[in-house]
Design a binder for this molecule. Structure first.
Ligand SMILES: [Zn+2]
Length: 147
């Protein structure tokens, strides 16, 4: 068992502790660092799981990336892709819905693409979610080349 961040070998107890709290295999130091990020930003655990899955797939993601106005859950900066995790669709208010759309419009104007992913997709279909994001990255890359 190794830490998904630094490849350090971890024992059973640490494996269980990080899997139970974050759903990702991490060493003591990285579990602590990630928990701090969650506390500071209200990051959903699904964003952490997606971040490490994308990292493993070689996509070079960034966690809680500051775009100048707000913190983005996960970003792939070389193709200007922002990924936001939607915590609960049922809880969304109409004000939130229109402000999300407005935010997406502003980042689009600045050359960023925003994708909103329901947390359930990550919870139940992490591999498929990663494959789809890799496809979006490929698509964005060819669009960048085309310009
Ligand atoms: Zn580590």
């Amino acid at each position: 068992m190794t830490c998904k961040d630094c490849d350090k070998a971890i024992g059973y107890k640490q494996h269980k502790e990080s899997m139970d709290s974050l759903g990702v295999e991490l060493c003591e130091r990285h579990t602590r660092l990630i928990k701090k990020i969650i506390l500071d930003n209200g990051t959903p655990v699904e964003a952490i799981q997606l971040f490490y899955a994308l990292k493993e797939a070689g996509a070079h993601p960034m966690l809680e990336w500051w775009d100048g106005k707000k913190s983005v859950d996960v970003a792939i900066s070389r193709v200007k892709l922002n990924i936001e995790i939607d915590k609960d669709y049922n809880m969304i208010t109409h004000e939130q819905a229109i402000s999300d759309l407005e935010e997406a419009m502003h980042s689009f104007k600045n050359g960023f693409t925003t994708v909103r992913i329901p947390h359930l997709a990550i919870k139940y279909y992490l591999d498929d979610t990663v494959q789809n994001i890799l496809g979006i990255i490929t698509g964005l890359k060819s669009n960048i080349k085309a310009i």
